[in-house]
Design a protein around this ligand. Sequence first.
Ligand code: PLP
Length: 416
Amino acid sequence: MNHVELDKQYCWHPFTPQSEWTALEYEPIMIESGDGVWLRDAEGKTYIDGNSSIWTNIHGHSHPYLNKAIAAQLEKIAHSSYLGFGHPLASELAAKLVSFFPETDLQRVFFSDNGSTAVECAMKMALQYRLQNAEPERTEFVAFVNGYHGDTLGAASLGGVEAFFARFRKFGLTVHFVRDLVELRELPDLDKIAGVVIEPLVQGVNQMHVWRDGMLAELRAWTSEQRIHLILDEVMTGFGRTGTMFACQQEGVVPDFLCLAKGLTGGYMPMAATLVTEEIYNGFLGGAERAFYYGHSYTANPLGCAAALASLEIFEQENTLVGVEEKATYLAYKLSHLANESKHVKEVRRCGLIAGVELHTDLAGMGGEVCVAARKYQLLTRPILNTIVLMPPLSIKRDEIDMMVAAVEQAIRDVL
Ligand SMILES: Cc1ncc(COP(=O)(O)O)c(C=O)c1O
């Protein structure tokens, strides 16, 4: 059997109707290598990685500095347990992460493996903190309609996308879903709420819905007033995508919990971090029964830490954030041109180098067809409903932005 046959015989893909995937006539693309923003498939065709390999890649594929850092760590050790032991790079990485929040209380880092676990452990910490400190009756959460925070059962109970999560509601925690701050303020029994969870500035899975300016700062002020913890899920928005290292910095907001994953390692290794305030951390001190009994075998994996430190160094070496600002302005210009020229574009939503191009059509499945058509023009990305996601690695160059937007334009013309 070749690789595709093996895949169809033995593999099960995420978020994928497998009967369509395994149909005889379906030919999945098998990615074999990558370089910069480019991906190469098994047949040698190249494509721009238009969604940064599901929102993970930051500095491009096969970045020599990142490759070297991982290889250097591999020469020492690939993995050792963080349960009962430490290792130098995890210490350095934790110090580096909290250094983005100087003179604040957000000074403690708990490592895990992916975006879902970053959120999952924030939730468990938020609950346990209440149970063993003040206000144990605060056991419920608030999340936003159409928000997405991952697929483990706890994180999934915060998920506001009905198509994914409705069937699991009865198995999860008590979560109240609100559309905005008006609905949030009107919720009854606020004294039962442990925390509010939000994707700051942009809700990714909600077709790149951009929150209004000032919303996050207002939410922070309100949660502080109500003694409710603010959990920011920056799994997608973190590490420069919105133009600042973290989205919350744009509104001067410091959360009680900050969940990071995807871009943490430059998109090279699965790793996550949940940053928490010293106040919360202190609520777990004072005896074994107060400890946080949570962890994963690969917590603080040394290869992941090496990648994350190297990625943060590249931000400085390559002045990445200054570049993002210029590229985001250019992308905005290109996309506004696309929206003006094409009657098939309903709306373009954008924040930094995160963009969604919503098609003007009532027909379901058009987003998918446009993305398939874009492959002919060397762009790989995925839609969310009828919104085409454009979220390239931050290292994308101007001529590659031109190619990416032209591919979407051509594909829309072909399909609609
Ligand atoms: C905002 C947000 N939170 C959490 C997650 C879950 O991350 P992971 O897929 O690494 O579990 C995602 C994934 O897309 C996300 O966009």
